[in-house]
Design a protein. Structure first.
Length: 403
């Protein structure tokens, strides 16, 4: 808490930065790239926190959970926002008077609300990025953690509604989500906003051909929205047509037991590997021929961009921002989630037709280089977040973690 903030960027998130989510991939990579640009910033989350009042409130939330999970989650989120406010106040208290305003880059609406509270007493520019799919409340509903129009749903939607119109800049990672949020909150029309796709750095594995582990790989939390059961059913259908493919499912989550049971029911146990959580899961993509995805809704999934960067074709549904990542029959196929037979046919064509496969693979790498290469996008991200231009890249200071 005594470290002095030396520069003008603080990234704020409810997540601790050590998990497998695309949000964490985004801001961890941005921190790395900011360092290359000579930007010395900070990362703040609610964890860890040794504050006694926070420990007491979280203990109270655990007790309330015995009666109402949703009210317990509301209290937990409120505590998280207050911890972020306290950490921001501590970090900014050492800032010299007359310094340029700090940019607080919030990864979710509740973090943005904490940043707006901080702006009341400190010179700050608040930038919010929209990572979620449709809404945070909808994501919680899909996970079974919130009921539609229940207390947690209303709390999360109210936070978004009150927060986004007040920030200084909104960044969307897909045009799809810009339209969804604008339709819900027309008041954000007065807020400067832009759409910038996610990026991934060029891979050291580009051009390499490592030994294959399996035909297909899917990366993501094992949860209803990600819909991995669809992948198992497609695999069973290709089996019935005489094509026995293999699949690696990377990730953990609440659906793991159900998916393992389904794999056993469909007699796929020898063809499906449940790899669990893997740090830097993208490193596994080159050991597979294609990346498959079956989410029912998505914003701008980084794992698909990672596949492009590694020259791997993609099979994914045409939902949300996925159509902004790749084109049907160019870098892969859009497969229908409501037609197992049609999806199986597209998978067979991709993996059995050598000409089609190589055409998709070459197009995937070309698409990455043209649209998602970090060399093209990082400067745009940083100039938008900080609202300023940058000097040429030079290694400089460190990123501080405020506890």
């Amino acid at each position: 808490m005594g470290n002095r903030l030396k520069n003008d960027l603080i990234i704020i998130s409810l997540l601790d930065g050590n998990g497998p989510t695309g949000v964490e991939t985004h801001f961890n990579q941005l921190i790395h790239e900011a360092r290359i640009y000579g930007i010395d910033g900070a990362f703040i989350s609610p964890y860890p926190s040794g504050r006694i009042w926070a420990k007491f409130a979280r203990a109270l939330a655990r007790a309330i959970r015995l009666v109402s999970k949703e009210f317990a989650d509301i209290l937990g989120r409120w505590v998280d926002s207050k911890v972020i406010e306290a950490k921001l106040s501590s970090a900014l208290s050492n800032r010299p008077s007359g310094a340029e305003p700090v940019t607080l880059y919030a990864q979710d609406p509740l973090s943005a609300r904490a940043a707006l509270m901080t702006r009341k007493t400190h010179a700050c520019r608040v930038v919010a990025v929209i990572h979620y799919n449709v809404s945070e409340a909808y994501e919680l509903f899909m996970k079974g953690e919130a009921k539609i129009d229940g207390p947690l749903w209303r709390f999360v939607m109210s936070t978004e509604r009150k927060t986004l119109p007040q920030v200084d800049q909104i960044i969307f990672v897909s045009e799809f989500m810009r339209k969804v949020v604008f339709d819900r909150l027309p008041k954000i029309a007065s807020v400067p906003q832009t759409v910038i796709p996610n990026f991934v750095p060029r891979s050291d594995a580009e051009g390499n051909q490592p030994e294959l582990n399996a035909d297909m790989i899917s990366i993501g939390t094992l949860e209803p929205r990600k819909n991995q059961a669809f992948l198992l059913r497609v695999l069973a259908r290709t089996n019935s047509l005489g094509y026995a493919y293999t699949l690696t499912l990377v990730g953990s989550g609440p659906d793991q037991a159900k998916l393992k049971a389904l794999a056993k029911e469909l007699d796929l146990e020898k063809q499906v590997q449940f790899a669990g959580f893997q740090k830097n899961a993208a490193r596994l993509i080159p050991r597979h021929r294609v990346l498959v995805h079956a989410a029912q809704v998505e914003n701008m999934p980084i794992t698909l961009i990672e596949a492009l960067a590694l020259g791997r074709p993609i099979l994914a549904p045409a939902v949300g921002g996925i159509t902004e990542i790749f084109s049907d029959a160019v870098e892969g196929y859009y497969w229908p989630l409501d037609d197992i037979d049609a999806a199986a046919a597209l998978l067979i064509k991709t993996l059995s037709d050598t000409e089609t496969y190589h055409r998709f693979a070459q197009a995937a790498l070309a698409r990455y280089r043209k649209k998602f290469d970090s060399n093209l996008l990082v400067g745009h991200w940083l100039t938008t977040i900080l609202s300023q231009q940058f000097l040429p890249r030079t290694y400089h200071h460190e990123i501080h973690l405020y506890r």
